[in-house]
Design a protein around this ligand. Sequence first.
Ligand code: SAM
Length: 252
Amino acid sequence: MTDANNYDRYAAMRQEALKMGESLPHRFVEKPAMKKLIPDLQGKRVLMLGCGTGEESVLLEEYGGKEMIGIDFSKESVRLANASYPTHNFTVGDMHSLAFNDNAFDFVYSSLTVHYSADPVVVYREVMRVLKPGGIFQFSVGHPMRWASERTTLEGRTVKLMGYTEGDEPPRLYGDFSSFREYEETFQSGETLKFWVGPPSMHFGLLRQTGFVVNDFIETKAVEEAKSVNENYYARFSRFPQFAIFVARKPE
Ligand SMILES: C[S@@+](CC[C@H](N)C(=O)[O-])C[C@H]1O[C@@H](n2cnc3c(N)ncnc32)[C@H](O)[C@@H]1O
């Protein structure tokens, strides 16, 4: 049986990696891009959806977030979050069915969590319900350019390819940009994660179908600072997006 997405087991290790800046995607790609989009949170009610071990509360505090609420599926992540950031309130919960009243929050922040849903429109409907009119939903998900490419061998090297051969009947296809599919990856850290990735236009469509107005959309690029720490990582992810970020607003 696969032990994928065992966030209870990964929690302590993930917290340590985040605090030490060991996770390159967090440090140089996703968090810097998310940071640029966070609004002023002074006096706002904030929900962190899939808060993990709570490190994002430190980031949101920089923008004025106080006494924020976080929910996560993983009991151990929530326990560590409460122990580490006691001024906030972290509880176990499922993003598909939120235990909050309608119109309860001004801002919902979700970092790298929505892509665990096989049915993201259910999450979007729940977020729409708990947001106040005019409230903002900011979230990041995996980008198909990174995840939907195919790992193969070319000229004796392992490569990740997205494309097709020309001149073959039928063509040899590499990767699948346009489908919404589940992917599984075992990372260097030893974590095995299974998540769903589809084209950004799918998320646009589902957000609009739910009634959101999409205010912003980013395809991430590694920041310059990554170059001095890991040149190869910078070379890859300054040219190819690893994540897609959406900022959506509930109309007044
Ligand atoms: C990659 S971690 C991100 C944690 C944190 N947002 C961060 O950026 O450090 C994804 C988190 O989503 C949580 N998660 C997965 N499915 C969930 C669900 N249905 N409802 C709530 N949380 C979920 C996992 O337990 C995990 O903590």
